[in-house]
Design a protein around this ligand. Structure first.
Ligand SMILES: [Zn+2]
Length: 378
């Protein structure tokens, strides 16, 4: 079973672990945080500026509870990462009730921010009492000790080197004492079940399609958890499903980060240009199990410049292979087109591009390659 190495910068001191964890070079992680508008994707340097813009540039009428980056549009919501009172905001609410009691919006925010766990009923009423919106908010924030225990048990999966349904059950059992990190365990387990199904190994009883659903559940759950391992696993699922834009938190996984950046630049520019690699002299200190398809794609992409074309035959074969999911076959086709184009063979690049002409992610690239192929044949 392949494993993807990454740099874990968790302080080993708190868990009593004796493992020496080298420091991951700081600059890559110290990039300024940006806050993107969920509607138009414009970016801002502060939470406050983004919040102002969101409701001034895109008016919204109904009462709405905003928790951190979430506009809560469902009656039930689970909070898994700590929020400050400033990140808990009722919008368009003339009155707020917390567990039936009338409270100010500040008191509501303070109460929810202070809770590490618990269940709250929130009711927001719009101007003139016209529209009422009810929420059930469950707070399930993992304690550091519990999150660390989950991560240590997850790391233990590396020593047998083979993941099976039995290993995953053992992981879930071993972490059952980590009561507050229940969602973290659930997200990681969904990921593990998902990759077994994707590879059709490890005694899985799920189909590849069912595995894909598990992987998406894992991504949803892990994106909400503010731990480096959660970010790495959610990033792997984004890569698997050709959602390449979310690479900010992936500098700890240089192989994945470089590949995400490359596909994202291909997707947005339609051009097959090289992107800078993230070089590091420290050795990675953690590993995440990976499905064999993602491992193979990342291996191709990590080859020295020019080395990729030696694999053209294999990449072409994979791009047609039934047991590869459509998203992965498309990635292989894009790489194959890149190989042809780098050799000046625009006729074959255009031929490959016809197969992903209608792909929502790579359509722009396909159109450019197809018209370049026509020009060269004239
Ligand atoms: Zn906007």
């Amino acid at each position: 079973m392949p494993f993807l190495p990454y740099y874990d910068h968790i302080d080993p001191g708190q868990g009593g672990s004796s493992m020496v964890i080298p420091e991951w070079p700081k600059p890559a992680l110290d990039r300024p945080q940006v806050f993107a508008c969920p509607l138009c994707h414009e970016t801002f340097s502060s939470y406050e500026d983004r919040f102002q813009h969101r409701f001034e540039a895109h008016p919204y009428q109904r009462p709405l509870l905003v928790l951190g980056t979430h506009e809560v549009n469902t009656p039930r919501f689970v909070v898994t990462a700590a929020l400050t009172p400033e990140q808990i905001r009722p919008v368009n609410a003339a009155t707020c009730r917390l567990d039936g009691k009338l409270v100010s919006s500040m008191a509501l925010a303070r109460h929810i921010a202070e809770a590490q766990s618990g269940f709250f009923k929130v009711e927001l009423t719009g101007a003139e009492g016209k529209i009422k919106v009810d929420y059930e908010i469950s707070i399930e924030i993992a304690s550091d000790a519990h999150a660390l225990l989950v991560e240590q048990e997850f790391a233990r999966l590396y020593s047998p080197g083979v993941i099976s349904v039995a290993n995953i059950s053992a992981f879930i059992r071993a972490t059952s004492v980590a009561r507050t990190a229940h969602r973290y365990v659930e997200g990681l387990a969904a990921y593990l079940y998902g990759i077994l199904a994707k590879d059709q190994r490890g005694e899985t009883t799920l189909s590849q399609e069912q595995g894909r659903a598990r992987l998406n559940e894992a991504r949803q759950m892990l994106l909400e958890i503010d731990r480096p391992l959660a970010a790495v696993v959610a990033g792997i699922v984004s890569f698997q499903s050709n959602a390449f834009s979310r690479s900010e938190r992936l500098t700890a996984v240089p192989r994945l980060w470089t590949a995400m950046r490359w596909f994202d630049s291909v997707r947005t520019s339609g051009l097959l240009v090289p992107v800078a690699r993230l070089d590091s002299h420290a050795a990675p200190n953690s590993r995440v199990p990976l499905d064999s398809t993602t491992d193979e794609i990342l291996t191709w992409m990590n080859l020295p410049p020019g080395g990729l074309s030696d694999h053209a035959k294999q990449i072409g074969k994979r791009s047609q292979q039934d047991d590869w999911l459509p998203e992965d076959r498309i990635k292989a086709k894009v790489l194959l087109a890149a190989i042809y184009e780098s050799k000046g063979d625009s006729a074959n690049a255009a031929q490959v591009a016809r197969a992903f002409r209608h792909d929502p992610v790579f359509g722009q690239l396909a159109e450019r390659l197809i018209s370049a192929g026509k020009e060269s044949s004239e």
